[in-house]
Ligand binder design. Structure first.
Ligand SMILES: [Fe+2]
Length: 354
């Protein structure tokens, strides 16, 4: 498209009074406008499909058809086109209706070349304003996207600060959370979860025990068996975790996973005794990943179990503590992992990859 074409307003006039049309068309062409005329409904539609126009002047009465219907048909073909409806003298209601249905202006018959020129100027100013508005909106959209990216950055910094706070509270927990997060992601991939869910699950798995921050070092580090009161405190950590994360809006979608990661599939878990699929999927996944890592990890009172031991234990408890479909997905993911790396998962390998 040449520069001249950009500056010239391209006009279509649709009217069944051909003689008048031709006269106006010539007068406009002499003033530098690009003008085409269509005396009938179908011709107007074909012209809009094959050529590009800025403004269409459309007579409301085109034989048996109506200009407003034509405008709607043309808008489907050329969404950028602006319309001026040509009405008969005294049809104020029709003019109002036309403006409501998307026409930018109306002119009343009989009209002069001056009326046409005024309307073209008016619609051109409107087009200009609309395009400035569009530009502003797209700039605004860009800014919003930039800010959203910035917020995402803040979100991940908060996440990592919280995880580090947990590490200080209980040495080793941070590593555990990272490993649980890695295993949860393996399960998410096996279950074919979408990208957003995988990111949410990663965050939830990372922060699932954040509520332990609120538990005293005495209870958390106690070597001997816990009394009933201490057990209650420990079992309250999912609720505490939700209390800690609730003020941060970005964590809203992962709160159910934090709250229910100690629910059991048969309903015997806590804090709400939920069962089956009433337990949020992320919580069911974290529960499997959490237990797997706990079995694999060395504890002061026992040596670390093997990967096969851990998988067997998960299978044994499937249907009671764990969702069988999640255990199966994890087993599937592990088989794939072994195939790729030539050995089953183990704590140090997970730790390196997490
Ligand atoms: Fe926990």
């Amino acid at each position: 498209m040449g520069d001249d074409e950009v500056e010239t307003t391209r006009i279509l006039i649709v009217d069944d009074e051909e003689r008048t049309l031709e006269a106006f068309s010539m007068m406009l062409a002499c003033r530098g406008y690009y003008v085409r005329i269509a005396p009938r409904y179908d011709e107007a539609l074909s012209l809009v499909a094959e050529d590009r126009f800025d403004i269409a002047f459309v007579d409301q009465f085109l034989g048996h058809t109506r200009g407003l219907d034509l405008i709607q048909r043309m808008a489907d073909i050329a969404p950028e086109l602006y319309y001026v409806i040509i009405t008969a003298n005294g049809s104020t209601d029709l003019a109002v209706d036309a403006l409501k249905k998307g026409a930018s202006d109306f002119i009343v018959k009989p009209f002069s070349i001056g009326d046409l020129l005024r309307s073209i100027d008016y619609v051109n100013r409107k087009r200009e304003l609309d395009s400035q508005k569009k530009e502003l909106l797209s700039m605004l959209k860009l800014k919003v996207n930039e800010k959203t990216e910035e917020l995402k950055g803040v979100y991940f910094s908060v996440l990592s600060s919280l995880a580090q706070a947990m590490e200080k509270k209980d040495m080793g927990t941070y590593g555990h959370c990272r490993r649980v997060s890695y295993c949860a992601r393996l399960i998410a991939a096996a279950l074919d979860l979408n990208e957003k869910d995988r990111l949410d699950l990663k965050a939830a798995a990372m922060l699932h025990d954040i509520g332990k921050i609120g538990i005293t070092d005495f209870i958390l580090g106690k070597k001997g068996p816990l009394n009933e009161e201490e057990k209650k405190v420990i079992m309250n950590h999912p609720v505490k975790g939700v209390e800690i994360l609730r003020p941060i809006k970005h964590f809203e979608s992962i709160l159910p996973a934090i709250l229910h990661h100690h629910e059991n599939y048969d309903g015997s878990g806590y804090p709400n005794g939920l069962s089956g699929e009433d337990i949020p999927l992320f919580a069911r996944i974290i529960s499997v990943a959490d237990t797997y890592d706990a079995i694999l990890s060395v504890r002061p009172y026992r040596s670390a179990a093997t990967h096969d031991d851990a998988i067997m234990e998960l299978m044994r408890c499937a249907g009671r503590q764990f969702d069988p479909s999640v255990v199966n997905a994890f087993a599937k993911a592990n088989a794939k992992y072994s195939q790729i790396f030539g050995a089953p998962l183990n704590v140090s390998a997970i730790h390196q990859m997490a």
